[in-house]
Design a protein around this ligand. Structure first.
Ligand code: PLP
Length: 440
């Protein structure tokens, strides 16, 4: 097939995805691929879900799009109601966009406008963490701490402070409890706020479970609670980026529920539309919305496709499916099985340093030497080899490599559909094991 699509890479020819069937994607030659990472933690309901197809057909018959400068729509309103009803305490308003980066951009701009509206125009700084990814648009890229993604565009990025991530495998000292480590890591935020001048800091942004840059790294218990206290102490907004880990991926609708923390804003995307439509959302507290409503009455932002009726209908149907089909409990159950299968296969593996994650959001980290946690030479591109061999064997997984602070190993992220069966968990782990064996 001649290709004029300008894709991610100019090298090589990709297979043509022709059909989807449950946990599998089938290419035009008929080859089946087990979607072990839901693409990039997107396809939480699997492919060709009958309920989603019906919901989208119905919405298409009624209305595809009406510009939000003129109208709201029934699917947008009912999605916002449902999300707000299930969101952490204080979160009341839902701003619908087309994806994760857009949601993060909107969060940063809303934070800025909030402080203008309440008479604190000096607050403009964002603090984030080194091991993070918040999107590829310029504002979101500036917030993120992925050195490789930032490097080329550095002159275009607004200055952002990056503190240490909460990365127990690498950073907790042997004689330190999880709690003490979590407090030490969180206290870096306080130190950075003080260094910058609290009156200039607008927001702290973090992923509760770090996805693409680290391979499903959850914060240790207590870390996010302390972060919340520090933000409150200095009047700084807490933005939790759940673009990857939200929408049930960890076994809770919002990952931060498990941490017992309610942020000021949450960004979601990926699993929100489950791949059936491109959609994301910024969820904001009533306090933030109230400040805009009592002030200018206008959030100075907006994209043509925000609140798109088809996208909202898809997201509404995904949320109904997650809640109505008992998928949160299923994620916890199948997630525990996936974790057990990974530990059985790789628990004693000389090159698997860490197995981690929550729910159906799991990662393994590969190291040259398990005792010293030494990463493989990044030039070896082990993760790319594993991806290639797994794909040849009919498994889609999400590997990433490189180092952050010169210390991170190659890792593989797994985020299969919530409907994954036991036999498919075995297939996933078996194929992954074969690919790792082949690459080493
Ligand atoms: N935030 C997080 C945590 C992500 O993982 C991603 C994408 O991987 C984004 C934001 C950006 O989302 P999108 O690719 O939909 O723009």
């Amino acid at each position: 097939m001649p290709g004029h699509v300008f894709g991610r890479t100019t090298k090589g020819v990709l297979p043509v995805a022709a059909r989807g069937e449950g946990c599998y994607i089938i290419d035009s030659s008929g080859k089946r691929y087990l979607d072990g990472s839901g693409g990039a933690a997107v396809s939480c309901l699997g492919h060709s879900d009958a309920g989603l197809r019906a919901a989208l057909h119905a919405q298409l018959d009624a209305l595809a799009f009406a510009h939000t400068g003129f109208f709201t729509s029934e699917p947008a309103e009912s999605l916002a109601d449902a999300l707000a009803a299930h969101a952490p305490e204080g979160i009341e308003r839902v701003y619908l966009v087309s994806g994760g980066s857009e949601a993060v951009e909107a969060a940063i701009k809303l934070a800025r406008q909030y402080f203008l509206e309440i008479g604190q125009p000096q607050r403009h700084r964002v603090i984030a963490r080194r091991q993070s990814y918040h999107g590829n648009t310029l504002g979101a890229l500036a917030a993120g701490g992925n050195a490789w993604r930032r490097a080329q565009f550095a002159p275009l990025l607004v200055e952002t402070s990056h503190i240490a991530p909460c990365y127990e495998y690498r950073d907790r000292q042997e004689d330190e409890t999880q709690e003490a480590y979590g407090q030490r890591a969180a206290d870096e935020l306080e130190a950075e706020i003080r260094r910058l001048g609290p009156e200039t800091v607008m927001a702290f942004i973090a992923e509760p479970v770090v996805g693409a840059t680290a391979g499903a790294v959850p914060a240790v218990p207590g870390y996010l609670k302390r972060i919340r206290q520090i933000c409150d102490r200095h009047g700084v907004l807490l933005i939790l980026d759940e673009v990857m880990c939200g929408m049930g991926r960890t076994g809770h609708l919002f990952a931060c529920e498990e941490d017992g923390v309610a942020p000021d804003m949450i960004t979601i995307a990926k699993g929100l539309g489950a791949g059936y439509q491109p959609v994301g959302a910024l969820l904001a507290s009533g306090r933030i919305y109230g400040a805009i409503a009592a002030g200018s009455g206008f959030f100075q932002h907006g994209h043509t496709y925000m609140g798109h009726a088809m996208a909202a209908a898809a997201a509404g149907a995904v949320l109904d499916a997650i809640l109505g089909r008992g998928l949160l409990a299923r994620v916890r159950e199948q997630g525990a099985k996936l974790d057990a299968a990974l530990r059985a296969e790789f628990g004693q593996h000389p090159h698997v340093g860490d197995i981690r994650g929550r729910g159906l959001f799991r990662g393994i980290e590969l190291v040259e030497d398990r005792a010293g946690k030494t990463p493989f030479d990044p030039a070896r591109k082990l993760h790319a080899q594993i991806k290639k061999l797994a794909f040849e064997a009919g498994l889609i997984c999400y590997p990433m490599g490189g180092t952050i602070d010169g210390q991170r190993g190659d890792h593989i992220l797994l985020a299969p559909p919530f409907i994954i069966e036991d036999a498919q968990i075995d297939e996933l782990v078996g194929k992954l094991s074969g690919a790792i064996r082949g690459a080493l």
